[in-house]
Design a protein around this ligand. Structure first.
Ligand SMILES: [Zn+2]
Length: 160
């Protein structure tokens, strides 16, 4: 299974990630699933990173991690942003397919904390940003043992 990104979807994520560097960006991937269950991305939905180091450090401790650097090493999507995206998606008969976020000066692989807060039904796109420039994107999904498996990331070069 893979998720196809139109060029403008991919550009939107890259711009968002570079804009908020050196903080992590985050957002939602909205779309539909075909009869085979394959996800089809319709809209990239940027959200604010509302990570609050004081309030959320306990959450990080659950993942057994020392969290430093606040929003440069963590992200949190505000419930109000999530609800708004859900409302938009429902109105279009879409679902939230997944979540994207960036890793400033860090590889595009999930951290232990990413794994701790991940949901099995979501796709996770992580983009690494080096010195303010997009480095690469990698797509992940949890398997039944809650281990992240990498999926193909297809960026369609010509609009279809
Ligand atoms: Zn992460």
């Amino acid at each position: 299974m893979s998720l196809h990104f139109k060029p403008w979807h991919w550009q939107q994520i890259c711009i968002h990630a570079e804009l908020v560097y050196p903080e992590e960006c985050c957002g939602l991937l909205l779309g539909q699933r075909d009869t085979m269950g394959n996800p089809q991305l319709e809209v990239v939905w940027p959200t604010h990173n509302t990570w609050d180091n004081v309030q959320q450090v306990d959450l990080a401790a659950i993942a057994g991690e020392e969290r430093t650097g606040a929003r440069s090493r963590n992200f949190a999507i505000a419930p109000v942003d999530l609800l708004q995206a859900q409302r938009i998606a429902r109105g279009q008969s879409w679902d939230i397919l997944g979540i994207y976020h960036s890793h400033p000066d860090y590889p595009a692989q999930p951290s232990d904390f990413d794994r701790a807060i991940a949901w099995e039904q979501y796709l996770y796109l992580i983009v690494s940003v080096r010195d303010g420039q997009i480095e690469r994107g990698r797509m992940w999904q949890l398997d039944l043992t809650r281990t992240f498996q990498e999926l193909d990331l297809n960026i369609i070069q010509s609009p279809t």
